[in-house]
Design a protein around this ligand. Sequence first.
Ligand code: 13P
Length: 249
Amino acid sequence: MRKQIVAGNWKMNNNTLETEALIERLIQHTLPEEVQVMVAPAFTQLSQTVNLLKQQPIMVAAQNMNAADSGAHTGEISASMLKGVGVHTVILGHSERRSLYGETDRLLQAKVSKAIAEELDVIFCFGEELHHRKENKHFDLVKEQLSSALFNLPKATWIQIVLAYEPVWAIGTGETASPEQAQEMHAFIRQLIEDQYDANLANQVAILYGGSVKPSNAKEIFSMQDVDGGLIGGASLNAEDFMAIVNAF
Ligand code: 13P
């Protein structure tokens, strides 16, 4: 049975006080044992979040990292810095990093390789823009994003990888991919992994869906055979909404 995961990507939200308030509410909820719950605060709140969640079954992920070890990279954060504050998972390839900060498949390949080498787990995000879907190029695009950043990895390292399919047109727009659209893409992704590696690995990799997941639509999306959970933006900023999603399997 694959892992079920719900991860909250807080993006550039939650200062110190807001982080404290949100976590205080989160930890009042009992979590379902079979669901791995994660939150991804901004860099400045990682230490605080790790400390506040120390006794809790909620994991902490970073939203990004640099591929270099150290050096002249003003404003950047390295893998060893993340590990130093007790973070063992990093989100890479988010569409906002790609579209607003110019992150390319090639750069992401370097980041993923570095994270894997540093024994960090990776939540790798990818997904098409609306025009790709309208031109019926969404499968090709997703294949390209996965091949260039991940398909160079040895099979054994995939234990560190979680995939997050996030169609850009559904992020923060209130527009969700239909459960059938999500399922269709997730099944396609699993087939790509089977073709590149084998069926055993394809069946083990957790594939999350992200893009306007809310308490009202989570159950339907999570009920799809190849959807193993969600990467949640807006709704993860509200403890009750986030926990309703965590409990939607
Ligand atoms: P929303 O849930 O706000 O659409 O954001 C999704 C997302 O980008 C998660 O990484």
